[in-house]
Design a protein around this ligand. Structure first.
Ligand code: NAP
Length: 251
């Protein structure tokens, strides 16, 4: 992959204060993009990501916005417009996962996950849409391998990511005439702060997943950022509406 392929581009990465989003923000900046590092509550984490990017000679700003709240989705893109004037790359990464058996599912847990993982994502594309230039751009939705899997306990979370894959296909068709490409990246289990606090890391679930993973290990955030930079840049210019399963071969 050629370096500096994103010079002059503006990228918004939602949920970039830690985990997969932080790795994506840093790698997009390393490829030359100016990056909006969105976070909900982890100001320190977002500031650390920005400091790392600017320390390496890149351009980034941290912008707080809870993307499960429609007015805050709008304020994220108003801030982006003020700071950089446009959006070329949108990475919809902010997401939550709550694993629960059927009997523990509540309307509240359903809405918490759908309000961010699906509604927040759709509204982010809607708000970003007028900021894409005439030459188009790239939207990358961070979905999950669970969107096509059958793991017990994942009913609501799996439903959100199945919706993300479906939305990816439809928006690719709808925004294609404007040369805005829309793809999803579907990671397998990745060692992040979120996966650690959910109790996945070191669990029997991790061991079970590694046992059915051809490459025999779970992922690191950096395993997900490379393909995201590729999908953001010119080398993927004829790819849209696709879902890329990045999971060491686990399906
Ligand atoms: P993480 O470590 O928990 O980090 C989540 C990020 O999203 C943080 O920056 C967090 O910001 C932000 N966020 C949370 N709620 C938000 C909200 N309401 N508005 C804006 N930002 C919000 O998560 P991760 O494991 O890196 O997961 C990132 C994405 O990858 C998610 O969409 C997840 O579903 C997907 N994924 C993860 C895995 C995995 O195994 N880790 C596997 C497949 C897919 P604050 O810290 O400020 O709250």
């Amino acid at each position: 992959m050629s370096t500096n392929q994103l010079i002059g581009k503006v990228a918004v990465v939602t949920g970039a204060s830690k985990g997969i989003g932080a790795a994506i923000a840093k790698d997009l900046a390393a490829a030359g993009a100016s990056v909006v590092v969105n976070y909900a509550s982890s100001r320190d984490g977002a500031d650390r990501v920005v400091a790392e990017i600017t320390g390496a000679g890149g351009r980034a700003v941290a912008v707080q916005a809870d993307l499960s709240k429609p007015d805050q989705v709008a304020s994220l893109f108003a801030a982006t417009k003020r700071e950089f004037g446009r959006v070329d790359i949108l990475v919809n990464n902010a997401g939550i996962y709550e694993w629960a058996p059927l009997e523990q599912i509540t309307p509240e847990s359903f809405h918490r996950q759908f309000d961010l993982n699906v509604l927040g994502l759709i509204l982010a594309v809607k708000e970003a849409s007028p900021l894409f230039p005439e030459e188009g751009g790239s939207v990358i939705n961070i979905s999950s391998t669970v969107s096509t899997a059958r793991f017990p306990g994942g009913t609501v979370y799996t439903a959100t990511k199945g919706a993300v894959d479906a939305v990816t296909r439809v928006l690719a068709a709808e925004l294609g005439p404007r040369k805005i490409r829309v793809n999803s990246v579907n990671p397998g289990m990745v060692d992040t702060e979120g996966a650690q606090s959910a109790g996945f890391i070191g669990s029997d679930m991790q061991k079970g997943i590694e046992a059915i993973t051809p490459l025999g290990r779970i992922g690191k955030p950096e395993d997900i950022s490379g393909i995201t930079v590729f999908l953001a840049g010119p080398e993927s210019s004829w790819i849209t509406g696709e879902s890329f399963f990045i999971s060491g071969g686990m399906r």
